[in-house]
Write a protein that binds this ligand. Structure first.
Ligand SMILES: O=C(O)[C@H](O)[C@@H](O)[C@H](O)[C@H](O)COP(=O)(O)O
Length: 256
């Protein structure tokens, strides 16, 4: 299989999240067999969280030795720790609180009531990434990075025509005026996301069709950030039919 971006189309959001959940569980078992440890970067957003709920409700959930899995985030809303808007809280409620993952294996971004200054919070997470890096890198090599996609093509908290999507030096950026509320966010940068072995993008709904179509047709990633998502080994778009209407036929993997 080449590293070309692949699009897997599902009849609806439920089929999409069930398929991604099944694939995540089997792939994570394989990764643990091969490497003994897995680093996974989670996403916020309704589809990303629905995937975690589907993982949690899978009969195969505990086929994974969760004690060997580290969970990170691609981005986080810079709000209070117990805010319902936090990606961490939503992920814990959807999956992490229900599996035997050691607390020290969960690496949330700092919350605004833990570190008041957003730039300091970004620096703290950058240091956490570096502390778990190897081979002189500045962040772990994520085995699987999940990304949701906004109607404007944003990924994580990297938005069109913002400094964050252009950043190539820092590993973590602070976004102060995000077009998607809440405005203050923290995000991994594109080079860190793309250092992942696998990037799995999960998107559903007709409002995502334009961004996906533009990205796959060669749009600039500064204008359509999802166009710049490319894992080292695999880049797979898991979509429903409504989001796939503008995808070039030749990129759609055979349905199965
Ligand atoms: O913190 C966030 O909001 C997410 O990380 C963001 O990047 C999200 O994944 C997309 O906006 C898609 O969200 P939906 O899946 O709800 O459309």
């Amino acid at each position: 299989m080449t590293n070309e971006r692949r699009v897997l189309v599902h009849p609806d959001k439920q089929a999409l999240t069930g398929s991604v959940a099944a694939r995540f569980l089997t792939k994570t078992v394989d990764i643990l067999d091969d490497l003994g440890e897995a680093n996974v970067a989670l996403t916020g957003g309704t589809v990303g969280i629905a995937v975690l709920e589907a993982v949690n409700s899978s009969p195969a959930r505990d086929s994974v030795d969760w004690s060997k899995v580290h969970f990170w985030w691609g981005d986080e809303r810079f709000v209070a720790k117990d805010s319902e808007e936090r990606n961490e809280r939503q992920a814990r409620e959807a999956l992490l609180d229900h599996i035997a993952v050691p607390p020290e294996n969960i690496h949330p971004f700092p919350a605004s009531d833990e570190i008041a200054d957003i730039d300091e919070a970004a620096a703290v997470y950058a240091a956490e990434l570096e502390a778990f890096a190897s081979d002189g890198a500045r962040h772990p090599r994520f085995d699987i990075t999940f990304l949701g996609v906004g109607p404007d093509g944003h990924i994580a908290s990297l938005f069109p025509d913002r400094a964050g999507i252009r950043e190539t030096e820092a590993t973590v950026i602070a976004e102060r005026d995000a077009p998607k509320p809440p405005p203050q966010r923290l995000s991994l940068t594109r080079p860190v996301l793309n250092a992942s072995d696998r990037i799995w993008l999960v998107l559903a709904g007709a409002d995502k069709a334009s961004a996906l179509g533009l990205a796959l047709a060669g749009a600039s990633y500064t204008e359509v950030p999802v166009a710049g998502a490319k894992g080292r080994k695999r880049t797979v778009f898991f979509v429903d039919k409504d989001a796939a209407v503008d995808v070039p036929e030749n990129l759609i993997a055979p349905s199965y």
